[in-house]
Write a protein that binds this ligand. Structure first.
Ligand code: FAD
Length: 455
């Protein structure tokens, strides 16, 4: 009987334990189910759908090169998989573990209907297995990372199977084009096409490029104006490359890469938080935030709109928000500044920002997004630093964002160096609006709100 390989955020052939195990046993039917119907599933955002389209096309092409192909089905995965199994006479499903709460639910249901064999491989270590001496999960990153590091390096990644045996007959598949994952009118994806090559091959190229300069990561990673980070986040999110592959490639390049590996650790850490607190993406972990006086009326809605469009009058924030809109990605330092600005300067609930990032990031990831938003808000399990308010203008200078601002805000491109971070009203070009709130005023308002929330 053929074996189903259920693919989700693990769209690759190499270092794919489920595919390796299934193809060692007999004929395999790789299947991807697009589930927009189960209410518990958080539907993918628009930028993620764009990515998914190309990643699935690339995976299908790679599978065909091995004598196989990708079957596409749409609907409730908990019904589609048993149906497909019946259709082709399969009794087993192989898949990698996923930790988003909706995937854990789906795995339980599918496991009741079919023999479901789950494997690890999307994280450095299986989430939930890095624990304190007494077996409790960590809540804070640093001790988590120290404990994880003791069990590193990860095993050598394995190669893709040589061939993948086909079943006697292929079941029907949807046509990828019919899923309409790509935008039509307006087509906002030009900047995404220019920057990214979704799929395992694109991920491999990105990794090879980065590995050569990985030793410069520590000195460049905070500078938004240079390409100083790996740009691997969407590839890692969709599982086109594994953290083990990234670890080995970066380490073998020589030089000091500890700080970079620590970022992979944050990715594992975020997933561990989600495993402990499944609703982290929608609920603050600290009670104080249940009664936080967020602004939410008409003017706040206007402010939220200005933030989304990159029209706050703070060049570093606006440049970041426009980079996000055009490319589906934003530099980490600027994500921190823009997120802090929404929460503290505008006093808007972090969940609004989390949702916007979810819709617009090509690397939108339930765990990493929620953990970073809650960390910035100070509502998370790992920090309570609401009162630490980032000053966007001095951050912009400190991390030398001038070239970055000129790139993303062409209306400011001609400003002299001394004016670019905070243009004086007289020099401000006509098309660029004044700051929507003064920094000192915003700071005082935020601190007052914090005092009120603390009671
Ligand atoms: P590099 O610096 O090259 O890091 C290598 C890899 O480590 C990244 O690809 C990523 O997988 C992981 N990583 C790095 N920083 C973090 C971090 N702080 N938390 C978790 N993993 C990390 N990252 C996402 O992948 N998805 C998200 O939805 C997401 N939302 C964020 C929201 C906010 C408000 C903030 C402040 C950060 C968010 N991040 C998110 C983390 C980080 O900004 C991105 O992972 C990083 O910018 C991706 O670029 P890179 O691949 O060049 O990273």
């Amino acid at each position: 009987a053929p074996i189903l390989v259920w693919l989700r955020r693990d769209l690759r052939l190499s270092d794919q334990a489920a595919l390796a195990a299934a193809s060692a046993k007999g004929p395999v039917i790789p299947v991807y189910v697009l589930d927009d119907e189960t209410p518990e599933h958080r539907a993918m955002g628009a930028a993620s759908r764009w990515w998914l389209h190309y990643s699935l096309a690339s995976l299908d092409a790679a599978l065909r090169g091995k004598g196989s192909r990708l079957i596409l089905r749409r609907g409730r995965c908990e019904e589609i998989l048993p149906e497909l199994a019946r259709e082709v006479g399969a009794r087993e499903v192989h898949a990698l573990h996923h930790y988003e709460p909706w995937w854990r639910g789906a795995e339980k249901t599918v496991g009741r209907k079919l023999r479901l064999c789950l494997y690890h491989g999307n994280y450095l270590l299986p989430p939930g297995t890095v624990t304190t001496g007494s077996g409790a999960p960590y809540k804070i990153y640093t001790p988590f990372w120290r404990a994880l590091l003791e069990r590193m390096p990860p095993p050598e990644p394995r190669c893709a199977p040589q061939t993948i045996a086909a079943p006697p007959a292929w079941p029907k598949s949807d046509r990828l084009e019919d899923w309409r994952l790509l935008p039509t009118a307006p087509d906002w994806a030009g900047g995404l096409r220019a920057m990214w090559e979704p799929g395992e091959e694109g991920a491999g190229e990105r990794l090879r490029d980065f590995a050569e300069q990985a030793s410069g990561y520590e000195s460049r990673r905070n500078l938004p104006g240079v390409v100083g980070t790996s740009l691997l986040s969407p590839h890692l999110h969709f599982g086109e490359v594994t953290p083990a592959q990234v670890w080995h490639a970066a380490s073998s390049a020589g030089g000091s890469v500890g700080i970079f590996l620590g970022e992979l650790g944050w990715r594992d850490y975020a997933q561990n938080v989600i495993l402990q607190f499944p609703d982290y993406g929608g609920r603050p972990a600290r009670e104080t935030f249940d009664r936080f006086p967020w602004r939410s009326g008409g003017p706040a809605r206007e402010d939220l709109r200005a933030w989304k469009r990159g029209m706050t009058g703070y060049p570093i924030v606006d440049a970041g928000m426009r980079q996000l809109w055009h490319t589906g990605w934003m530099h980490n330092r600027v994500r921190m500044i823009a997120a802090s600005f929404l929460i503290k300067h505008l006093l808007i609930d972090w969940r609004e920002g989390e949702r916007w990032f979810w819709d617009t990031l090509v690397d939108a990831d339930y765990a990493s997004n929620a953990v970073n938003w809650q960390w910035t808000a100070g509502s998370g399990v790992d920090s309570s630093m609401f009162a630490r308010i980032m000053a966007p203008l001095s951050q912009s200078e400190k991390f030398d964002a001038s070239a970055y601002i000129r790139e993303w805000l062409p209306e400011l491109a001609e400003l002299p160096e001394g004016e670019i971070h905070d243009p004086a009203p007289m020099l401000r070009p006509a098309g660029y609006l004044a700051k929507i709130i003064d920094h000192r005023q915003a700071r005082e308002r935020a601190l007052a709100a914090w005092e009120q929330a603390k009671g």
